[in-house]
Write a protein that binds this ligand. Structure first.
Ligand code: LHQ
Length: 264
């Protein structure tokens, strides 16, 4: 995995291109550690996640799951407890992304399949190259959508489209994904990296705590009643109103200048 800090942006590039950046334990732990360092560092105010080569991520590395490698007569499903794999690697990753108090931009540079698609969708703002495809590949190998996919997909695109995507495992284009509200925007392939970097930089220059509180509000919305959400907005706005960035935002507005947010 490649991890580079550009100013206040931590750019993480999944880097197993020969396997379309499929997840193995080493990539999981490197990604987890990088996200944790982003969470812990006040110098980092946004994360940009992308993939090296022609893919974003092809999900779990299936070459490490070959049932034929089991001894004759053994049962692959007993050998590999997939629930344990999720609990050890994928579920903490989704929880880490969703609870990170900084915006996470995902630049889907190519195909995103299986858990790779779910990881992209668990990020806050998803951009994609025009040539990228999203594939709910799980049913092709007899699995259920995981890594938060079964929760996120119906919320993003509705139950009818979620079931169609999951049960057929048909790829959808980046344009279709944007039309359906699965992702934020599509860019020409040669523009994606610069557009994603510019967006991540813009977010890193933003009111970090206010953005984190906005993220929390949005993520709670689908579970809350309107009354609960109004209460939550009250509590979060109280916190946002105590930040230095709020004071700076109002002062800059009144002074007719651009605000300089510090993330405090
Ligand atoms: C791969 C992979 C891959 C290894 C391409 N693994 N090598 C969670 C918990 C526990 C267990 C199971 O799963 C999960 C969640 C999941 O993620 S389940 C879904 C797992 N992913 C998939 O089923 C996707 C598998 N890949 C594909 O269907 C295709 O590769 C896609 C559609 C992504 C891309 O197709 P192409 O553009 O035609 O590329 P390709 O198939 O030729 O792949 C290029 C190379 O990458 C190839 O290796 P090779 O040595 O022949 O060049 C593939 O074997 C390798 N690769 N995905 N997941």
């Amino acid at each position: 995995m490649l991890v580079v800090q550009h100013g206040a942006v931590l750019q993480i590039t999944l880097n197993r291109p020969a396997r379309l950046n499929a997840f193995n334990p080493a990539m999981h732990s490197a990604l987890h550690n990088s996200l944790q360092s982003a969470a812990d560092s006040t110098a980092i105010r946004a994360v940009l996640l992308t993939g090296a080569g022609r893919a974003f991520c092809a999900g779990q590395d299936l070459s490490e799951r070959d049932p034929r490698q089991n001894s004759p007569g053994s049962n692959a499903t007993l050998t590999h407890d997939l629930g344990k794999t999720l609990e050890t690697y994928y579920n903490p990753l989704v929880r880490r992304l969703r609870s990170l108090e900084k915006p996470v931009v995902c630049a889907v540079n190519g195909v995103a399949a299986g858990a790779g698609a779910s990881v992209a969708l668990a990020c806050d703002i998803v951009l994609a190259a025009r040539s990228a495809r999203f594939i709910q590949a799980f049913s092709r190998i007899g699995l259920v959508p995981d890594t938060g996919g079964s929760w996120l997909l119906p919320r993003l695109v509705g139950e009818a489209r979620a079931k169609g995507l999951i049960m057929t495992a048909e790829p959808i284009s980046a344009e279709q994904a944007a039309d359906w509200g699965l992702i934020w925007r599509v860019f020409d392939d040669d523009q994606l990296a610069s557009e994603a970097a510019a967006l991540a930089q813009r977010l890193a220059d933003g009111p970090t705590r206010g953005l984190a509180l906005s993220k929390a509000a949005i993520q709670s919305a689908s579970e809350n009643s309107l009354d609960q959400q109004l209460d939550l907005e009250r509590d979060l706005q109280r916190k946002a109103g105590q930040t230095l960035d709020y004071a700076e935002g109002v002062a800059a507005f009144l002074d007719k200048r651009s605000p300089i947010f510090t993330g405090q």
